[in-house]
Design a protein. Structure first.
Lengths: 44, 534
């Protein structure tokens, strides 16, 4: 395995894994439908 | 109309629809086709045209399908023909859109058969393996494995499976039954519940196999070059000269296109069950990204690396040239046989993973037909599912009966599972960007979305994607049409397959005609002339 092979392997898998992780983070941290986030009474 | 006929179906959670679409996209091609395509077309350098195609072709068409599907659902439609009519196609769009039902239906005829092979191989490995002698010469082992496969699928002659191939028929029937059971349970209780645990289980299986493959080291000290790093190097070392070849760009675009299941008619249907303010942009991107993890992350590191470690460079090159089935069902069993005590466990895990990849795809192929039968005929879900089941069993039986050299199978795969997909994808992107209008379509996509489609992609979706698609389609046709036509002329099985497809298409066209009359009589906005929230 040459250095250039490692570069392509790491960049390609890193990109798809990073993109997927970001997407699922966004999806799973969105509020459920119909749930209205209450105002932050302490922080304003 | 009875209550049951009007009962709307909907996804239970936003994660459910994402996993269902991702499950539809992740299939055998992720693990078996992708590594072969990459290795033959520049290794690591293949990823440059591959990611270009992902960004310029796959994700934009996917977003278009998600948007069109949800828009159709807001108008009360869930079938491809009706949605394409609503989204600017009108009557012509509806009749052309009949292929959005034909594609998943006809592909399911042969896909279920492959799925049953995976289930049968899984069972074989659980109960002792295929009987390959790991001490025999590699060529003899490959011959044993290939012989088993040809015998199992009945490749020697038509009708041979009906004479003493009880195992093949049993696993085929079992696979069809499991699929129909889940589909009968409905979108939410059947498909969504199943993919919610099947997708994580598939990922876990892939991880187990990946860890085993990456820890193989150098199993044969007599061949120190045959090691894991050598295998990864075979797949990933870039050959930049390949970037100058049109073939490389064509192969990359084709791989992305078929891998993401765009132009398949499934996303249109699945997205139509979303709520009207559900996000489609983030959901579409998440489903595509999930598919890429299975393809690049697992497919890019498991298959060829394992083959290289045990069979060496020449054996792996030969395996790649046998195609996806050769690699998956002939070569990898030889590799598992070399793994010693763990071989049967890894083999079982591998084929369970393939079975899960296949069933999450096949489930999605039935839903478009069920939705279409319901809408066109105004029948209940159970009635529509029964009609679809009759077609599925008839089509599946034809594929299994005409098994000689898998010609009937290959013909369906080429003309429906490949050629028609280009046509449907082109129809969709043209309707999205040109008939409905790019600005209006993107505004529709952004309704309820949690991320925005980047500005430059407006230009891409209007100009680059259609042109890219046309270039790929022309290149693909020049490469393949002549050979496939010659094959169709020379083989009666191919002619039968084409006849069966035409019969299906005729039935769907009649149903579009019937549906149009029904929808018009019911006062539905089938040409999309009224505002979307009507």
């Amino acid at each position: 395995m040459r250095i250039s092979g490692w570069i392509f392997l790491v960049l390609s898998t890193g990109f798809v894994v990073g993109l997927t992780a970001w997407c699922y983070y966004k999806v799973l941290t969105l509020p459920e439908d119909g749930v209205v986030k209450p105002p932050d009474m302490l922080g304003g | 109309m009875a209550e049951d006929r009007q009962q709307p179906e909907q996804w239970g959670t936003r994660l459910g629809v994402i996993l269902a679409v991702a499950g539809s996209a992740v299939g055998l091609g992720n693990f078996l086709r992708f590594p072969g395509q990459a290795a033959q077309n520049g290794g690591g350098a293949f990823m440059i045209p591959y990611f270009c195609a992902l960004l310029l072709l796959g994700i934009p068409i996917g977003w278009a399908e998600w948007t069109m599907g949800r828009y159709g659902g807001r108008k009360g439609f869930h079938s491809g023909p009706a949605i394409l009519g609503v989204f600017g196609g009108r009557s012509a769009g509806r009749y052309l859109g009949s292929i959005s039902v034909l594609i998943p239906l006809a592909v399911s005829y042969y896909y279920i058969y492959v799925e049953s092979w995976c289930l049968a191989y899984f069972w074989k490995y659980l109960t002792g393996g295929l009987g390959i002698d790991p001490t025999a010469p590699v060529a003899a082992q490959v011959a044993t494995s290939t012989g088993f496969f040809r015998e199992f699928v009945g490749a020697s002659a038509n009708g041979v499976l009906e004479a003493g191939h009880g195992t093949t028929i049993f696993f085929f029937a079992l696979t069809v039954a499991v699929n129909l059971f889940l589909v009968y349970r409905g979108l939410n209780k059947g498909i969504e519940k199943f993919v919610t645990w099947a997708m994580p289980l598939m990922a876990a299986c892939a991880l187990v196999v990946l860890v085993r493959v990456l820890t193989l080291g150098t199993p044969d000290p007599a061949n120190p070059g045959q090691n894991v790093l050598g295998g990864l190097g075979y797949m990933w070392n870039p050959d930049f000269a390949a970037l100058g070849s049109f073939q490389t760009w064509l192969a990359a675009a084709g791989q992305i296109f078929f891998s993401l299941s765009v132009g398949f008619g499934v996303i249109l249907n699945y997205a139509s069950y979303m709520k009207k303010k559900d996000d489609v942009v983030l959901s579409g991107l998440t489903a595509s990204a999930t598919n890429e993890v299975f393809e690049v992350g697992f497919g890019g590191m498991i298959t060829l690396t394992a083959s290289f470690v045990f069979l060496g460079l020449s054996g792996t090159i030969a395996a790649v040239q046998t195609g996806s089935f050769g690699l998956g069902f002939n070569t990898l069993p030889v590799v598992f046989a070399q793994m010693g005590a763990l071989g049967n466990f890894i083999g079982a895990t591998w084929f369970l993973m393939l079975f899960l990849a296949a069933i999450t795809s096949s489930l999605s192929m039935y839903q478009p037909t069920i939705a279409f039968l319901r809408e066109a005929l105004g029948v209940s879900r159970k009635m529509a599912t029964t009609g679809m089941a009759l077609l599925a069993v008839a089509g599946g039986w034809l594929v299994m009966y005409f098994s000689r050299e898998l010609i009937f199978f290959d013909t369906l795969d080429f003309w429906v599972g490949t050629f028609l997909i280009f046509i449907l994808a082109a129809l969709q992107i043209v309707l999205f960007s040109w008939f409905f209008g790019a600005e209006r379509a993107l505004a529709e996509a952004h309704e309820g979305s949690h991320i925005r489609i980047p500005g430059p992609l407006r230009f891409v979706m209007k100009w680059v994607t259609p042109v890219y698609l046309i270039v790929v389609f022309v290149g693909f046709s020049v490469q393949n049409l002549r050979g496939s036509l010659a094959k169709a002329m020379a083989n009666p099985e191919a002619q039968l397959a084409l006849g069966w497809v035409l019969l299906n298409l005729l039935l769907l066209l009649v149903l579009v005609w019937r549906g149009e009359r029904r929808w018009r009589a019911a006062g539905l906005d089938l040409d999309g002339r009224r505002p979307a929230d009507d």
